[in-house]
Design a protein around this ligand. Structure first.
Ligand SMILES: [Zn+2]
Length: 271
């Protein structure tokens, strides 16, 4: 029995600034320590139930944030990038359930550090006709593998968005957003204790839900029209306007990968 935790940094208790997630900032060290401890607490909650294996995927920025020496020795970490399944690397039909740690809300929400996937590039993402957060985008991928989602921790907005898709989702709220770069923060130790307890309880009570979109179509808007000029190299990309395009191959995982390829191509446009 293997459980997978996908870990981001923006929704971790205490994280409120872009500097917390930037490797070249002095404040980053403290934030990655909080991130490591929260990921570890989630894994410990799973191990408390007798689970034999836990995968943790480092899902923020360059994906080398977790301090490996500070993690429980039984954890296996998907570290570094690129990773074919990105924040969901490690996913397969053998996974019992997926949990999310440190998640933030989508770009058009009032969450702390809210963005969708690649904040500098993506203005808005819609999947199956509704605005999608990273939680949604990743959970639909798990759904394609018939793997249920069973837990989320993050700020209140991230949890609220997750509840729209899975109303009873076991969760821990790490902070109340008070602005894009501020929050009323709960104490990190209290949050970690709750994550461990709630993950344990969610697994013991066999909570979880397989999430599927209404349809697999990706409607995307980028922030800058120039960033779309490379995308027309891909025949699957249907440009609808200066900043808008659609990916609709009929297969969710293919669309997910093409969307990510588009965000990478976008960064290669010279000005
Ligand atoms: Zn992130």
């Amino acid at each position: 029995m293997t459980y997978l935790f996908s870990v981001d940094i923006e929704g971790i208790a205490g994280v409120v600034s872009v500097k917390h997630g930037s490797m070249d900032s002095k404040e980053y060290d403290e934030a990655r320590e909080w991130m490591t401890k929260e990921a570890n607490s989630a894994a410990l909650g799973a191990f408390d139930t007798g689970v034999s294996k836990v995968f943790v995927t480092d899902g923020h920025g360059k994906m080398r944030n977790l301090k490996l020496d500070d993690l429980d020795e039984r954890i296996e970490v998907f570290y570094g990038r690129p990773k074919l399944l990105s924040q969901m690397e490690g996913l397969s039909r053998d996974i019992e359930g997926v949990g999310y740690i440190g998640y933030h809300s989508s770009s058009h929400s009032f969450g702390t550090l809210a963005h969708t996937y690649f904040g500098r590039v993506v203005d808005r993402l819609e999947i199956g006709g509704r605005e999608a957060s990273e939680f949604a985008m990743n959970s639909y991928l798990a759904g394609q593998y018939r793997v249920p989602v069973f837990f989320i921790s993050g700020d209140r907005e991230a949890v609220r968005e997750a509840q729209e898709l899975y109303p009873g989702i076991p969760h821990v709220i790490t902070k109340e957003p008070t602005g894009r770069y501020s929050a009323r923060c709960r104490h990190p130790s209290v949050v970690r204790k709750e994550i461990r307890e709630n993950v344990k309880e969610a697994i013991e009570r066999r909570r979880g839900k397989v999430l599927k979109p209404d349809n697999t179509k990706f409607n995307v808007r980028f922030k800058d029209a120039g960033k779309l000029d490379n995308l027309e190299l891909l025949p699957e990309v249907d440009r609808k306007g200066p900043k808008e395009f659609v990916i609709d191959t009929g297969d969710y995982e293919t669309n997910y990968k093409l969307f990510r390829a588009c965000t990478m191509l976008a960064t290669m446009v010279s000005q």
